[in-house]
Ligand binder design. Sequence first.
Ligand code: ADP
Length: 481
Amino acid sequence: MILLRKIRSVRVALTVWYAGILLAAFLVFGLAVYFYLHRVLHDALESRLTAEVEWIAEEISRIPAGIRLTPTLGDIPLETRQNIEDHLDLLPRNFSVKLTGMDGKDLFRRGSFPSGNLVTSTLLGGRPTIYTLESASEEVYSVASHKRERITVHIAFPEKRIRNVLRHTLVILFTLAPAALVIAVWGGWIVAGRVLRPIGRITRIASRFSAQTLNERIPERRVDDELGKLIKTLNLGASRLEASFEQMKLFSMNVAHELKTPLTVLRGEAELALGNPPDAEKSRELAETFLEETVRISLIVDDLLTLAKGDAGQAEVIHEPVELAGILEDLLDEAQILAQEKSLRVELQENPPITVSGDETRLRRLFRSLVSNAVRFTDNGGLIRICSRREGEEVRVSVEDTGIGIPADSVAKIFDRFYRVDQARSRERGGSGLGLSLAKWIAESHGGRIEVASEVGRGSRFEVILPVAGDSATGSSPGSS
Ligand code: ADP
């Protein structure tokens, strides 16, 4: 393991794991084969020994009763002896057989029956008994003994024969193991190399990713396997990175552009003033222009700062009970003053007492942006309708105008920073292009959202949906005014 960590190569790790697992599987398989063979060979031997002693016992039971009761050497009839010998000729030579009488003396013998302590006839029951016997020459035999009347049949088989077969099996298994290991390491190395080859390619391309090469993509695989998914994910990540990089570039350009205009005005005015020292009246006008432009710059900088803090998750979020009705009434007054110049009509509908939880200053800013847009983008004589109503656990505040409207393909973009449907017209009408981005962020940071519906030439409707604060959730009935 420590060595593996040092080598730090997936290919080596895969090969070692593969070879290790194969070796373990081989050993388990080898041991299973060994023990299974051991059991099968012993079972086969036992049933053969049992069958043989039973056959001979059966033959003995045919000897006339008189002889069977007092058998001595040579008493076994020739016919029986012949039958037994004929049968034993069919048995492999390793089986040795002997028949003993009551006194333990041999009545019949085939092969060199091992000398040792056979189970005495008194201990034998009606069924053959199987046991092991160690001969004087320390060789182990499997023996079956069976008593029929006063004659006992013993058959012995040397265990050495079975042990030899088992030993050979083990030798074969253990000679094959290293060969299998070599094949496993070699095969594992080749397979791991093949599987990992595309990863090398992915690494090479991914390591080239930089601000200049963000448009490069890793060639996708035809198979949608794990590597295919990895490549897709990396390419998707690169696409997102490219998009946000582009957005950042555009954003920096927009910021520079937005600040350039007021700064150019300030510089021009200052240069002019230096060239022709102004009189008192001119100085006042100059100071007014300076103030106007610096206010414009600081408003843009403030908004950018708030949005940047929001992006970084560092914006301070206040959660205080805020009465919406009061805010909207103040807003109505402000809007009426703004609308006077253009002879616009401004109405406030419903407006039940509803409390939301949040930051009053920011909420005022949010609604002011919508109303100021409605005033700016509605031509003389139009109507602006503000409406606040409750729907379940939500409050819906809509600002509707009969203004110029927004083209369908721009609706999704108006919340982007510095986006304006008509750059020149909007700037001329006093907008910075940040109002709706900020409004969207404020709504979302209060757990709400903004919905837009608009038609070019007919007007727009912006609706802010906010959750009602916990305490007033059951306070007022929906739609009451
Ligand atoms: P701006 O400072 O330019 O108003 P906003 O972010 O508030 O920036 O709005 C973005 C753009 O959305 C505006 O420039 C304008 O084109 C469009 N827009 C916003 N509100 C309205 C409205 N009530 N009617 C028509 N167009 C609107």
